[in-house]
Structure formats: structure tokens, C-alpha cells
Design a protein around this ligand. Structure first.
Ligand SMILES: Nc1nc2c(c(=O)[nH]1)N[C@H]1C(S)=C(S)[C@@H](COP(=O)(O)O)O[C@H]1N2
Ligand SMILES: [Mo]
Length: 240
């Protein structure tokens, strides 16, 4: 059960003032109406977009999720301007539009989401195209060993070995909690790597490149494990 922010007598969440204090003067603009009207979750999302320290990730959030971005603002993309480029060591590079991705067979996976910070959201449905199907369509060359993911936030990146990327529970996800993925959660398209910590699930996915070796991702350059397996993960995808 997710924690609820404590209410002051006037109904405002106590944490909000603390948050503004933590973020300092730069956050003053956030007190303006639009974020607050969207409620606590929207406020947290907006706040974490300007919070490079990740401190907003420590605040309670009714949805259970904490919002993360390593950059201050991320462009919004939709059916008219979203593109996913698949290239690198493949025979048939291709750029997919959002309608093209939606038209492909969809797979739904329901697992527990865990962040290394300690929060978790159990039984979260994700739905989308199996990454393996996109790799097969592109025709991975024999030199291919790994996959690098890039994001239209311009900063985040992730990677998997080819074997991990071909698992049946690794998705190029279009839906989360049975709804189109929102901008804050990395929509319209994010990666979902069910058997690993959530940092592997790159938000705002824009590129999939087959490489000849694993290229460590954004957090991995900063000390995270390249293999982000959850403790109880079946590392051999026997269900596939
Ligand atoms: N592009 C991008 N993807 C990202 C991140 C990020 O900062 N930028 N953070 C990662 C981490 S550490 C987590 S826990 C999840 C958070 O996803 P959420 O914001 O939907 O809760 O996204 C992962 N993917
Ligand atoms: Mo995370």
C-alpha cells in the first residue's frame, strides 16, 4: 500500500513545503498553479524534472512510483513526431512511428517494479512489442553481441546483452497500468526490462542500436551494476 502525504489542517500536504525548502530558491516557480492543480503526483513529476539531486524521489507519492529524470526538461512526443530508430549491426535498419509500433503484436507482462532506492510497486502491467521481435525484423548481424538504448531526453542511455534483449519479458512498452504511458513515465514509448531493477527500463526511448559489446549506461557509468538483475529473477528466461 502506497504512503499518503500527511495533510495539514488546511489540507495542503506537509511535504510540499519541505520539498520547496529542499529544492531551494530555484523551485520558487513551482509554487505556481499549473503543477499544483495536477495534484501531488503531477507536482512531484514536475519537481523531479528540475531536481537533479533526485531528492524528490524520496518523497511519498500516492501512485507508488517516484519520477526520475536526469535532465531538466524533456520534449513531449506523440503520434505526429515520435520515432524509434533501430540500427547498428543489423541488415535492415528501420525507423518506427507510434502507429506502426501499435500495429505490431502486443505482449502484456505483469511483475513487481523495484527501484534501487528501495521503493516498489507490485503487480504493474506493462504492454508493448517484444524487443526480440523488433531485433528479428531488423536482422541482427553475426557480430552483434549487445544492444544500446538511447533516449530523447538527450542524456539517458541503457544497454543489455543480446541474450537479455531477446527475453520474452523485455518490451518496447506502449502501455503501463493498462493505459498509454504518460510523458512523466517516459511515454509515449519506454523500455521495460521486467527481470531487472527499474533503472534498466529507459524512459523516452528513441534509439535501439545493436553493438559488438555492452556499452555501460548512464547510471552504470556512475557505479550501478551493468547487470541489474532482481534477486528473484529467473536469469535464463525459462518461461520463454
Ligand atoms: N530516460 C530516463 N530513463 C530512466 C530514468 C531517467 O532518469 N531517465 N530513471 C530510471 C530509474 S532510476 C527509474 S527507478 C525509473 C523510474 O521510472 P518512473 O519515473 O516511471 O517511475 O526510470 C528509469 N529510466
Ligand atoms: Mo531507480
Amino acid at each position: 500500500m502506497a504512503e499518503q502525504p500527511q495533510q495539514r489542517a488546511d489540507g495542503a500536504p506537509v511535504g510540499r513545503r519541505t520539498l520547496l525548502g529542499m529544492l531551494g530558491a530555484g523551485a520558487a516557480g513551482l509554487a505556481a498553479a499549473p503543477y499544483l492543480q495536477r495534484g501531488w503526483e503531477g507536482f512531484l513529476g514536475a519537481a523531479s524534472q528540475i531536481d537533479s539531486t533526485g531528492l524528490t524521489g524520496l518523497l511519498p507519492n500516492p501512485g507508488g512510483f517516484r519520477y526520475f529524470s536526469v535532465v531538466g526538461s524533456v520534449p513531449h512526443k506523440n503520434e505526429t513526431n515520435y520515432a524509434l530508430k533501430i540500427g547498428g549491426l543489423v541488415d535492415r535498419p528501420k525507423t518506427y512511428t507510434l502507429p506502426e509500433l501499435r500495429a505490431l503484436p502486443q505482449t502484456r507482462v505483469v511483475r513487481d517494479v523495484l527501484c534501487t532506492d528501495g521503493w516498489r510497486v507490485d503487480d504493474t502491467p506493462f504492454e508493448g512489442v517484444k524487443l526480440g521481435a523488433l531485433l528479428d525484423a531488423a536482422g541482427v548481424r553475426s557480430e552483434g553481441r549487445a544492444v544500446q538504448f538511447t533516449c530523447f531526453d538527450g542524456a539517458y542511455s541503457e544497454s543489455l546483452t543480446l541474450e537479455q534483449a531477446r527475453r520474452s519479458d523485455v518490451l518496447v512498452a506502449l502501455n503501463m497500468q493498462d493505459k498509454p504511458i504518460t510523458h512523466q513515465h517516459g511515454g509515449p514509448v519506454r523500455l521495460y526490462v521486467a527481470p531487472m531493477y527499474f533503472y534498466k527500463s529507459a524512459k523516452w526511448l528513441s534509439g535501439i542500436e545493436v553493438t559488438d559489446k555492452v556499452i555501460p549506461g548512464f547510471w552504470e557509468e556512475r557505479g550501478y551494476e551493468v547487470d541489474g538483475w532482481l534477486d528473484d529473477a529467473d536469469r535464463h528466461d525459462e518461461a520463454a
